[in-house]
Each structure stands twice: as C-alpha cells, then as structure tokens.
Design a protein around this ligand. Sequence first.
Ligand SMILES: [Zn+2]
Length: 219
Amino acid sequence: MKNDKALVVFSGGQDSTTCLFWAKERFAEVEAVTFNYNQRHKLEIECARQISKELGIRHHILDMSLLNQLAPNALTRDEIEVKDGEEGELPSTFVPGRNLLFLSFAGVLASQINAKHIITGVCETDFSGYPDCRDVFIKSLNVTLNLSMDAQFVIHTPLMWLNKAETWKLADELDALDYVREKTLTCYNGIPAGGCGECPACHLRKNGLEEYLKEKGEL
Ligand SMILES: [Zn+2]
C-alpha cells in the first residue's frame, strides 16, 4: 500500500489525529480533509490546520455550513446543551446523516486527488448511538461510493473496534502518544489537550487515557 494515496477525514481531535499517524505509516502520500459546519469552536478547524502543517500534510477544508441549516444541534448551536442521550435516545450531539454526508464528500474529493484510500476514525465500541458510525454502515457506503463513481475506494476504520484506552495504545504504538495528548482538541468546550474535564468528550478521553496508562504501569 506504500504506493497508494490516502485521504483522512480529519477533525483535529484525538481519534482522527491517531488515524492521521496510522495513515502516514501505511501510505506513500496522505492528505486530510476537515469539514467546516460552524462548529461551536472555530478552534477545532485551527487545530486541524496546525496539526496538518506540523505533519507536512496537505489539508483541505470543505464548507459544510449547510448542515447547520438542516440540523441545528448541540455541536453547532450554543443554546443547545451537550449531553449524553437517555436510555434508547440519541445524544444531543447527533446530526442525522452527518457521516453519510461527510464520507460522501470525502469520496468526491478522494476521486479528485486520486486517492484510493479513505480513512475515518469512526468507532462502534464507544458508539454513543450514532447509527452512521456503525461498521455495517461504513461497509455499505463503501459499496455505494464505488458504484456511484465506478471507483475502487477502500474505506479504512482503524478505530472501529477499539475502546478509548486502546485508541491511546494505538497512538503510543505509532509513537504519537504525547503529540496526541498535547495537540488535539476533543473537548466540547473548545479547550485543547486535557480539555475542560467536565464535558462527556473530556470524560471519555480522560478515562481512556487513565485506563491505558494504568495498564502500562505509568499511573
Ligand atoms: Zn471538555
């Protein structure tokens, strides 16, 4: 696969940054795409831009503000509170069809830049109830993209079956643990690295890191 080109769907967060390192190790050429949909924190885009620059990766930013028009939600509107879903209910961060749209646009971009491989950090294990993060959806979309463009894309999901601790472990194996800890932004309150420590994204990230560091004997 060393001769192939890959496009990473990249948000500047822990998961997609880990995917970026994963892709860099596997493919001759890697580019990244970030979707701008009026995230609460423009800092996310800045983070993604900065990381791409530091890693020497060509970075595409696509305007997806249309999404906010279709589905106002907690990630794009300040007045909606970020919280986990009650039992059997989707969390307030859910945007219907978001991954469907993002991955479809990634497919179009991949075809334009001649990238055969598309990498996304979606994960079914920490699955917060997002149907378009499921493995079966990704496989189905892979077939659909190939049929729609008469292409041979391969969608890779290196984190699909990992929990957060295992995702930290993967970053460590890629020699990127400190980089991911210090440079990425996952916090819903827009605070990079360790974050605010209060929001659901910070809890998930922190618990996973502690679990991994304990397992490694460093905590
Ligand atoms: Zn936070």
